[in-house]
Design a protein around this ligand. Structure first.
Ligand SMILES: [Zn+2]
Length: 547
C-alpha cells in the first residue's frame, strides 16, 4: 500500500454535522410540515406521580450542575479525568436513588478504545527552493486545525516525501490540472476558520473542503498551508478517539471529512518563500519538499456510558424500557477567550445530565412504579461525533426490541435562545416523526409547558444528538431542548450561573410526566409512517421487531 492510501485511511473523521452542538456549522433547511400523529388517549397523572415530580427542585438541579460544570472537571473532554469524575458522580447519584445497575460493570458500560496521538517525534520538513533551503521547526507546525471542537483538517501520518515537487498557488485557484498537481506538495494559504464569524463558518468550511477535495482528486501528495497570524503552531493538535470495531470511518464520516492531509506552517520565512514561489510560473519552480511524519501513537483508554434502571411494576411490561438520556461530555480545556480555557458545558449538556440524575431521584420515590422500566443514561463522546450513543446502539444493555422510546435531553437549562427568550417551552426534534412528540405535548398540557415543533430546527436537528443512534435501530427516539442556539454556545462562558433553574425545574417535570405517560401505557409509541422523513425509521422498527 502506498503512503497516500495509508495516510488517508487514518485521517481523522470530522464530526461536523453529527453533533447537536454543531449548530453553528449546520445549515437550517426549511422543510414542509406534516400533521402530527396525535394520540387521542386522555392523559392524567396520579397523585403519587405528581408528588414524585414535585420533588424535582431548582436547588437540587443547581447543586448538581455547579459540580458537573465546575472548573474542577475541566470541561469533561472525551477522554479525560474530568469525564471520569463526572461518570463517578452520575453513578453515585444513581446508586443513591436505588436504581438497578444495568451496565457491564455496575452502573458503567465501558468502551475499551484508543486515544490516537499525532506524532511529531521524528518530524522533519525541509523546503528546498534554490538557492535557499529552509528547515521547518516542530514548534512552527500544526498537524490539525479545530474550530468549535471539530477537526476541520489534519495530517495523521505516516507520510514520507523525498524531494517532492512543490506547487505554490492561491487559495481557490480553480485553473489547475492533474498534470500540474499529481504527486506534488501544494503550498497555499487557507483561511483560518477560527477567525471566521460564526454566521459564515459553515459556508467557509464548505468552500475550503471543496478546494481541498479538488486537490485530492488531482492527486496532490500533501497540502501545506501558510499561516501568518499565529507565530506558533498547535503541534499534534487534539487527540482523537479510535473505536477498534470501527477502524475505517463510515461513508458519511468520510464524506464530511477533508480527503487530503494538510499541515500548517507558522513561520515568517516560510511565508516569504511561499510568496516568492507563487510569483513564479509553475513550470519554472524547482522547489522541492522533504517530509517525514511518523505514524500516530495509540494509547488504550476506557470511556464509559453510565446507566441505571428503575424497574417497572407490570409483570410483563417491566421487561420493556423507556430511556431518558443526555450526554455528559463537553469540549474540555482549550484555547478560549482571554484567560478562561475551561469549556464548562453547563447548558451543553450538563443541563441534560443533571436532569437525568434529578429525574431518577424523583421517580425513585414513586410508591407505585410505572408499568414499564425506565433506563436513565448518560453518554460519553457526543461532542466527538455521537460516540457514546452509537456505541450503545451497537451494544445495548437492554434489548432494543423491548425499548419502546428514548427521550434525550439537550440544552434544557438556558432560556436565552438566539431567537428570543424561551420560557416555559421546549422543542422536540423530529416532532411528528413518531408519537413521542404528541405524548410530550400532552405532558406539557398537564404541567403548563408549551411543547412544540420548531418550524425549521425540529427536523434539521433530529440527527444531531444522541437520539439518532437509537432511531437508526428502529426505536422511536427524539431530543428535547429549550434553546437550540444561545450566547456562549461552545464557548468558555457556558457556565452554571447562567442557567434558569426555575424554568429547568418546570421543563423537567414535564419531561418526567411524558416519560411516565409512555411507561404507563401498554400501547407503545409508533413511528409516523405518513411522514416520509420517518419512513426509514419505521422500516428499521419493523426489522427490529421481526427478530
Ligand atoms: Zn450537546
Amino acid at each position: 500500500m502506498n503512503q497516500r492510501k495509508r495516510l488517508t485511511g487514518r485521517l481523522a473523521t470530522v464530526a461536523l454535522i453529527f453533533a447537536f452542538c454543531a449548530s453553528a456549522l449546520g445549515a437550517n433547511f426549511f422543510v414542509p410540515q406534516t400533521p402530527a400523529n396525535v394520540s387521542t388517549r386522555k392523559a392524567t397523572l396520579t397523585a403519587d406521580e405528581s408528588a414524585a415530580l414535585g420533588r424535582i427542585s431548582a436547588d437540587s438541579l443547581r447543586g448538581h450542575l455547579s459540580f458537573i460544570a465546575s472548573d474542577a472537571l475541566e470541561g469533561r473532554d472525551t477522554p479525560s479525568r474530568g469525564l471520569d469524575l463526572a461518570a463517578e458522580y452520575i453513578a453515585a447519584q444513581f446508586r443513591r436513588a436505588g436504581l438497578e445497575p444495568v451496565g457491564d460493570d455496575n452502573y458503567f458500560q465501558a468502551a475499551n478504545w484508543s486515544r490516537v496521538e499525532r506524532n511529531l517525534g521524528s518530524f522533519k520538513m525541509e523546503l528546498d527552493a534554490p538557492p535557499r533551503a529552509l528547515r521547518v521547526e516542530r514548534s512552527k507546525v500544526s498537524l490539525a486545525s479545530s474550530v468549535s471542537g471539530f477537526t476541520v483538517w489534519s495530517a495523521d501520518g505516516p507520510l514520507t516525501l523525498e524531494r517532492a515537487g512543490v506547487l505554490a498557488i492561491d487559495y481557490k485557484d480553480a485553473s489547475l490540472t492533474r498534470e500540474q498537481v499529481e504527486g506534488k506538495v501544494v503550498l497555499t494559504e487557507l483561511p483560518d476558520l477560527r477567525r471566521q464569524e460564526r454566521e459564515r463558518l459553515f459556508e467557509s468550511y464548505q468552500a475550503q473542503k471543496k478546494f481541498l477535495d479538488r486537490l485530492s482528486e488531482l492527486k496532490a501528495a500533501l497540502v501545506v498551508t501558510v499561516d501568518r497570524n499565529n507565530p506558533k503552531g498547535v503541534g499534534a493538535g487534539v487527540e482523537r478517539l479510535l473505536d477498534p470495531e470501527n477502524r475505517q470511518p463510515s461513508a458519511r464520516a468520510r464524506a464530511m471529512s477533508v480527503s487530503i492531509p494538510v499541515i500548517a506552517v507558522h513561520d515568517t520565512e516560510f511565508a516569504t518563500e511561499f510568496d516568492a514561489l507563487k510569483s513564479l510560473k509553475p513550470e519554472a519552480s524547482k522547489a522541492t519538499l522533504t517530509l517525514h511524519l511518523d505514524a500516530p501513537i495509540e494509547h488504550p483508554v476506557s470511556v464509559r456510558n453510565v446507566a441505571g434502571v428503575l424497574r417497572g411494576s407490570d409483570p410483563l411490561l417491566k421487561d420493556t424500557y423507556v430511556i431518558v438520556s443526555a450526554h455528559y461530555d463537553h469540549l474540555g480545556v482549550r484555547d478560549g477567550d482571554g484567560g478562561d480555557r475551561v469549556f464548562n458545558g453547563a447548558n451543553d449538556d450538563g443541563s441534560g445530565t443533571v436532569s437525568v440524575v434529578e429525574l431518577a431521584a424523583a421517580l425513585s420515590t414513586l410508591k407505585q412504579r410505572p408499568k414499564r422500566s425506565i433506563v436513565f443514561m448518560a453518554f460519553f463522546g457526543e461532542e466527538k461525533g455521537l460516540l457514546g450513543s452509537r456505541y450503545y446502539g451497537r451494544h445495548p444493555l437492554v434489548p432494543l426490541a423491548r425499548t419502546v422510546a428514548q427521550v434525550n435531553l439537550e440544552q434544557v437549562g438556558r432560556t436565552d435562545d438566539s431567537e428570543g427568550p424561551q420560557v416555559g417551552s421546549a422543542a422536540v426534534t423530529g416532532f411528528d416523526y413518531s408519537d413521542v412528540g404528541a405524548v410530550l405535548r400532552e405532558a406539557g398540557e398537564l404541567t403548563g409547558v408549551k411543547v412544540y415543533k420548531h418550524p425549521t430546527k425540529s427536523d434539521a436537528f433530529f440527527g444531531r444528538s444522541d437520539n439518532q443512534a437509537l432511531a437508526d435501530t428502529g426505536v422511536p427516539a427524539h431530543t428535547l431542548s429549550v434553546a437550540f442556539e444561545y450566547p456562549d454556545y461552545h464557548a468558555v462562558g457556558d457556565e452554571w450561573q447562567k442557567v434558569d433553574y426555575n424554568n429547568m425545574t418546570k421543563v423537567l417535570r414535564m419531561v418526567g410526566a411524558g416519560v411516565l405517560l409512555i411507561a404507563g401505557n401498554p400501547q407503545e409509541p409508533k413511528w409516523n409512517e405518513s411522514n416520509p422523513k420517518a419512513a426509514r425509521y419505521a422500516q428499521a422498527w419493523k426489522e427490529l421487531h421481526r427478530q
